[in-house]
Design a protein. Sequence first.
Length: 124
Amino acid sequence: MELLPKSDVVVLACPLTEETRGLMGEAQFKAMKKTAYFINIARGGSVQTAALVEALEKKQIAGAGLDVTDPEPLPDGHALWKMSNVVVSPHIGGQSPEGRERQWRLSRENVRRFVRASRCCVCG
């Protein structure tokens, strides 16, 4: 709450837990600057969707970028689809054309390092 009024962009990137469910709601959006943007790359349940819609409609915040929503998928005709200051991505923000190859290289290197570190200094 302390940083919300000072932030130009608020990015939510956390797991969905009992502590984070509904984390962003009416009070949080009211605390944000009218020129601030809200980005959710966490989980849809971390945001109270009705409060977000209301904040956007009342221009309490400038806009939103949503990689996740609640509900998901967002139903046809939902208010968020109709807002020009909202971008909804298809919840694939972490994927890229070379992603699988990078994952394979990283996994292979991690296994190599683990095996190397696990070797006994006596038996090599």
